[in-house]
Design a protein around this ligand. Structure first.
Ligand code: PLP
Length: 356
């Protein structure tokens, strides 16, 4: 149990008036959580302070060698005005899995959850009231040793910030076009694909920009060895419904194990679908599309929950999915996931953790 010291802001910021205009990750709440790590001493000085800049030496190692990890989760306001989290234990555990790979010290899961809850509680007024809007929460840890030698840092900062965010889709949930990347790769066995580390994103920006220039919303990454099998989308896992069965890449080290992915798989299995976690060749996806068997494709992730895909472009081939509209299973997953998250549906699985 952390003994969190609280320093409240003396000048709270005005809350956004029109929550429909919030966008994603643009404005912060009034406070932030911070805790320091020193080798030999462990994590210490947990505190909530007014939202403010960090002051760091230019030779701080994170700026140069990217020893940094993060998480992404949300707090939801129910119709009764209660505030709740969705499976925060999964984020706490995943942050430690990322930490292990990047030689960053672990944070006990209960301390992680306590820090998140404490920040959400103090900034509870910032959790949006508008349907579909939520408070996006960003826990992160970065290395703060000073000096240019490459080594595991002996000092770290763990921080949590929060940002009220609008409905991901301003005009409802719209199917997107996706570019299958066949030159660059995001991950390979033995690398950091399964971690949420900034470096993964830095290395993927170029492909994302190129896809965007050509009118695609996101990049679909293939496996890094053969560039043959589908893995995931920019910041989402991806699922394919082919001839009644659902396929998604297995979490064997190159794919980020999404909380939304896992939850959708559990729901679909409950509903009697066969879900296959394994290798799916992009050529077979394109073939299924030609044969009229590619029924639905969707991405899964905390930000968008479920994001339907209407088109895939791979080399000189284009696959059109369904009739360009959201498919029935995609819609059912979206309705069920958001229903549980916003407290409109019963939480039969014990996924919800109340905050206040
Ligand atoms: C965060 C993330 C996801 C989705 O994970 P969720 O826990 O469902 O939000 C998928 N892929 C990548 C690369 C990610 O960073």
């Amino acid at each position: 149990m952390l003994n969190i010291k609280i320093e409240k802001t003396t000048c709270p910021k005005p809350k956004p008036v029109d929550e429909s205009q919030l966008g994603f990750g643009k404005i912060s709440t009034d406070h932030m959580f911070v805790m320091d790590y020193t080798e030999g001493q462990g994590w210490h000085d947990p505190r909530i302070i007014p939202y403010q800049n960090f002051s760091l030496d230019p030779a701080t190692v994170v700026f140069h060698y990217a020893q940094e990890i993060f998480e992404g989760m949300k707090a939801y306001r129910t119709a009764e005005g209660k505030i709740q989290l969705f499976r925060p234990d999964c984020n706490a555990k995943r942050m430690n899995d990322s930490a292990d790979r990047l030689c960053i010290p672990n944070i006990p899961e209960e301390d992680f959850i306590q820090a998140v809850k404490a920040l959400v509680e103090i900034d509870a007024d910032w959790v949006p009231y508008t349907d579909g809007c939520s408070l996006y929460i960003r826990p992160f840890i970065f290395a703060t040793d000073v000096g240019l030698g490459v080594h595991a840092s002996k000092h770290y900062i763990f921080s949590v910030i929060a940002m009220p965010s609008g409905a991901y889709y301003a005009e409802g949930i719209n199917p997107v076009r996706i570019y299958v990347e066949d030159e660059y790769i995001r991950a390979a066995p033995g690398l950091t694909g399964f971690t949420k580390c900034g470096g993964n994103y830095a290395a993927s920006i170029k492909a994302g920009e190129m896809a965007e220039e050509q009118g695609y919303a996101q990049v679909l990454w293939l496996d890094g060895v053969e560039k043959k099998y589908v893995e995931e989308v920019g910041s989402m896992n991806i699922m394919f419904k082919i001839d009644g069965k659902v396929y998604t890449a297995a979490c064997t080290g190159t794919v980020l194990p999404g909380v939304t992915r896992r939850s959708c798989i559990e729901l679909m299995k409950d509903w009697g679908y066969e879900v296959i976690e394994g290798k799916l060749a992009i050529a077979d996806v394109m073939k299924a599309a030609q044969e009229g068997k590619l029924e639905e494709v969707w991405g899964t992730g905390t930000a968008a929950v479920v994001s339907p895909v209407k088109e895939l472009k791979w080399k000189d081939q284009v696959a059109h999915i369904g009739d360009g509209k959201i498919g029935p299973l995609t819609q059912k997953l979206y309705d069920t996931m958001t229903g549980i998250q916003w407290g409109k549906l019963p939480d039969d699985k014990g996924w919800i953790v109340p905050v206040c």
